[in-house]
Write a protein that binds this ligand. Structure first.
Ligand code: ZN
Length: 220
């Protein structure tokens, strides 16, 4: 069976908001984005997503996707809706109108680990409902901020009816699985390094290692 790969992008170009500590590691130039997009779009089984609802999602990514006839899923931070440098409601409409699904990336970009009941409700339910109200349709998929999660979070996501949850666990995905690992693109990546990272993860030894790490992470 062919292995599927989820590729995850964050910000593109110049950030228009203050970045979190270490976040610049995930921002890439427009040229790098176009080059990596061309590379991964040539793969037979690939899905694309964007986290953090940066304004570059609609200013740079959306036109590039449409130009190539591609779709991607956009995971949005409800607490940043309409803030400078982040997507607003009109932008979300623009994404949906162009066939791009929109999901929940939480309220405040807090890691989804060790959350209190109140924080769990705010991050997983209130944030989802705020995004759903903005786009006028249900939100049923989520992406874990900073790739962090624990068993309690996954249980809550299931209880709330999420149909798929995306992580950043850097291994191939299985289509239709509830938990979907993704490969993040980093600042210094090129089409070659992205391809190499995916190829490496498909090697048996590293794949077993990654799977074991994923299990530990999921259940601790
Ligand atoms: Zn994020």
């Amino acid at each position: 069976m062919p292995e599927y790969v989820n590729i995850l992008f964050h910000g593109i170009g110049e950030p228009k908001r203050e970045l979190e500590f270490g976040e610049d590691h995930y921002w890439i130039t427009e040229d790098t984005f176009e080059a990596i997009l061309n590379e991964v779009a040539s793969w037979p089984h690939v899905s694309l997503s964007f986290d953090d609802s940066n304004s570059s999602d609609v200013e740079i990514a959306l036109p590039a996707l449409l130009e190539r006839g591609l779709t991607a899923e956009f995971f949005v931070l409800a607490g940043r809706l309409g803030q400078r440098g982040s997507l607003g409601e009109a932008d979300l409409h623009d994404l949906v109108k162009n066939g791009m699904p929109v999901g929940n990336h939480g309220m405040w970009h807090h890691p989804w680990r060790g959350m209190s009941d109140a924080t769990t409700h705010e991050e997983l339910a209130e944030a989802r409902d705020r995004i759903a109200a903005a786009i006028g349709q249900p939100v049923t998929r989520a992406a874990c901020p900073l790739g962090r999660y624990d068993r309690t979070t996954l249980t809550a996501l299931r209880r709330l009816g999420y149909t798929a949850v995306f992580t950043s666990d850097r291994r191939p995905a299985k289509p239709g699985r509830w938990l979907q690992p993704r490969f993040s693109v980093y600042r210094h990546d090129t089409p070659e390094t992205v391809r190499a990272a995916v190829d490496r993860s498909r090697g048996i030894p590293s794949r077993l290692r990654n799977t074991a790490a994923g299990v530990v992470k999921r259940w601790r």
